[in-house]
Structure formats: C-alpha cells, structure tokens
Design a binder for this molecule. Sequence first.
Ligand SMILES: Cc1cc2nc3c(=O)[nH]c(=O)nc-3n(C[C@H](O)[C@H](O)[C@H](O)COP(=O)(O)O)c2cc1C
Length: 497
Amino acid sequence: MLSTQTISEHASKDSCWIIVHGKVYDVTGFLDEHPGGSKIILKYAGKDATEAYEPIHPPNAIIDNLSTEKHLGDVDPSTVTKVVKVISEAEKQRQALIAKRPPLDEILNLHDFEAVAKLILPDKAWAYYSSASDDEITIRENRAAYQRVWFRPRILRDVTVVDWSTTILGQKSNLPVYISATALGKLGHPDGELNLTRAAGKHGVIQMIPTLASCSFDEIVDAALPNQPLFLQLYVNRDRTITKRYVQHAEKRGVKGLFITVDAPQLGRREKDMRMKFVGDDAGAKVQENMSGVKKDEGVARAISSFIDPSLSWKDIPWFRSITNMPIILKGVSTPEDAVLALEAGVQGIVLSNHGGRQLDTSRSGLENLIDIVNVLKTRGPWPNPNFSVFVDGGVRRASDVLKALALGASAVGIGRGFLYAFCSYGEAGVEKAFKILGDELEMNMRLLGARNLKELVPEMVDANALQAHVGATPRDNLFDSTYQPLRLAEFKAAKL
Ligand SMILES: Cc1cc2nc3c(=O)[nH]c(=O)nc-3n(C[C@H](O)[C@H](O)[C@H](O)COP(=O)(O)O)c2cc1C
C-alpha cells in the first residue's frame, strides 16, 4: 500500500506516478508514448487522475498498456484526504439546465435531443460530438442532401397495416435503422454506450459497438440480452496481433458483423474539438505547454486515435476473411470504383459514409453516392444482392430520410449523433424514445407514401433529380440550423484590444 504522501513525491516528468481507480501506476516511461501527449498526464502527476481518465479511456487501457512492474499497488485509503470539489459557475449553470430539461414527452423529434444536448453537455463533450472536419461543409451537406430528394407518393393502397421491420446482415431488426458507432459515450453520460445496449435490447434494434467505446467491449456485451445481435466497428491497429485478438474475441462473444472503418487512416481536423484543448487548463498545465515536444493542438479525437494503421489496404482483406467468419462490412466507401473492389474482395457489404462529416471535408454525402453505386452494382450481379448489403449513414434525423435512402436502394440506414444525443440528454429512456419517434414517423410516412412494407419502397417513389446538383434553393432546415454551431476563428487571450 502506498500513501498519498509518497505518491505526491513522484510528480515530475522524471518520476511520474498517478492514481487510477485506487491503484498506483508509474507512467514515467509512458509519458512520451501517451497518444494524448504527456502534458495531460503531467497535470495529474502524483495525484488521482481517475476523473479525467474515465470518460476517454476504456477501463483496462492503463492496465493493458503498462508492463506489470509499473503497477505499483493500492493507495492506502487511510492517507487519502477528502478533497472538497469546487464546482465551477459553468458547472452549476449546467446542472441547473439539466434540472430544467423539457420532460421526455415533450421531445417530438431527433433534433429535440440535439437541442437539449447542446445546452446540457460539458463543453468538451459537445465539442467532440458535434465537431466535423475543416470547414464543416460535409456535415451540413449530409443533412441538405436529404432535402434535395422529393417524394412521389402512391395512393389508394389500403395502408391499414404497415410493417417496417427487416433483417440486417441476417439479423432481425424492428427498425430499418441501426445504431452507428460513436466513440467515448461517457463524455456525455455516466453510463455511456450501455444506454444504447439496454434500449436496443428492449426494442429489437442493433447496436454497432465502437472500438473506442468508453465502456469496455465485454461490459457492453454483458449488458445485452442473451440473443441480442450486436455489430462491432473496428479501427485496425498497427499491431495486427491486437486486432486479431480483438476480432476473434468479439466473434466468440457472439458479435454478428464486423464493420471495418476504412475512411480514417488519419483522423480529420475537427477544429471545435481542437480548440477545446485550450479551455479550462489550469496554470500548471500552461507551464507544461511550454515544454518542448508537447503537442498542443490535438483535441480528444486525435489524442485517442494514434494507434490506427494508415497502411491498411485492399491487400489486408483476405487476412480479415481468414481470421473471422463474421460478415465483413467496409465502413466509409464513397465511390462506385471502391464499391466494386469491395464486392470483388468478397466482403458482405459497405457503408456509404463520410464518418458524419468528420473526415474528408467537401466529400459527397452517402445518399448522393448511393445513386452511382447502386447503378454500378446492378450491372455486377443480382439486385438487391442478398450477399452484399449497402448501408448509408450521415445526417439522418427523420424517418422520411430513412425511407428516401431505402427507396434508392440502401439495405438499412445508420444513425450516429441522433442516438448519441438521445442518451446524453435522457439516458436509456431517451434512446427508447428515439426508437419510438422513428417508429411513429415510419408508420405515418409509409402510409402517406403508399408503401406497406419495405419491399414496396421503390426508386419510383422518390424524385432524386436534384440530388447530384450541388446548387439550387431548398427550404431551410430550421431545426437542424438552430442547433448547428458555426465554427469560430482564433481568439485573443485577453479580450481587451
Ligand atoms: C462523436 C462521434 C464519434 C464517432 N466515432 C466513430 C468511431 O469511433 N468509428 C467510426 O467508424 N465512426 C465513428 N463515427 C461516425 C459514425 O459511426 C457515423 O458514421 C456518423 O455519426 C453518421 O452521421 P450522423 O452522426 O449524422 O448520424 C463517430 C461519429 C460521431 C458523431
């Protein structure tokens, strides 16, 4: 057992100990390797780092990354003095806003969750979740693309009974929608991704578990019902033995689909997130900033993602096929050329995604790419192809968006932020409500469109002529626009000029 006095004597870059979850670790040799830079660890040198560590690391990260001789033992609890936590004014205001949230039954659509989340999330969480890359053109285009597609409804079809259930990669789903992977759920809610798992289990919806979840993979699988289907999103590690172990463990635990992210050899520049790094740093951290070699400009996203292998290529696909029998889906395909390569590589599907606008800015929306990709896939085998699914994500907020994508040939649609903001605002109940909203919207829109089931959604039900035209007046999307936060320019430190 180590006393807090002893631990506090190791508070420099020459000898740096930290406490996480009541255990003491010597991280001196790890400072330069820490993906988030050494500065942030040094801020907690000789102290308890649990609160900062928890939301942005899987629980076992420190245990797995440090050799056992660096695990120094337990903190002697009799030496711990209770720190009275000073609650900042901003935090008090945030808590007051949380208390005044609208009751859940006043939430009518997915935009409402976002509006609540924007006000009640800690600044860092909102910055990480809402940010997109560069000038954030693509995140806005993701939304706008849906509004360039118009419906051509059919009438007099006896729509008393409508059914929007489906199968996704052979798994039953009560919605033609799955929960796409969004990392670091605990930044926004103490239960993190478990909110999604539990709600998805109750409502027969499929969750894609992110590699960078705040909860550990096993915690999430343990929270699922016995036969609840789950997918896994994979960031491929430079060390393929780690990837192999992870994938095979997932398969053993019953995961039904492996979504390999292929649009993130390097994470995009997300400036809202990057600017947050400078906010709230105390004086000690400012001194550290001046140390040579400390990276100052990386937000949460880049800090956690340096393990991702940029050398990933088509040559790796046979290897993935050799290590797992799970269906393999490439997440982040944009062109017909790559869609055909994926088909030829023998994977079971693709997600037309630009990562929620967080990667290559001014890349086209998944919905727009769907048209060209479906056209080319139709020339390469049966359509729809039972062995090759085409998913779309990005900007989906309404069931009408879902129906447009399905009519144009998508097998199902992924939603990221919509469900993320639902649990940040209202926990598991929020996610359940989001499913209910989508179900109600699907029922109404399918009736109005004249489609009794998803098979009856055909390309003739939409006019997508304007989709590939990047000019043209569409009505403003007021709900989206009111929560969209414009980027801002650099600020002078002292505001008096
Ligand atoms: C906060 C956040 C974190 C994300 N993390 C990941 C991730 O770790 N891996 C991944 O493949 N995609 C990630 N995505 C992308 C989503 O899986 C999905 O492609 C995107 O959110 C869809 O757009 P939408 O948010 O408009 O629905 C993330 C998206 C957000 C908003």
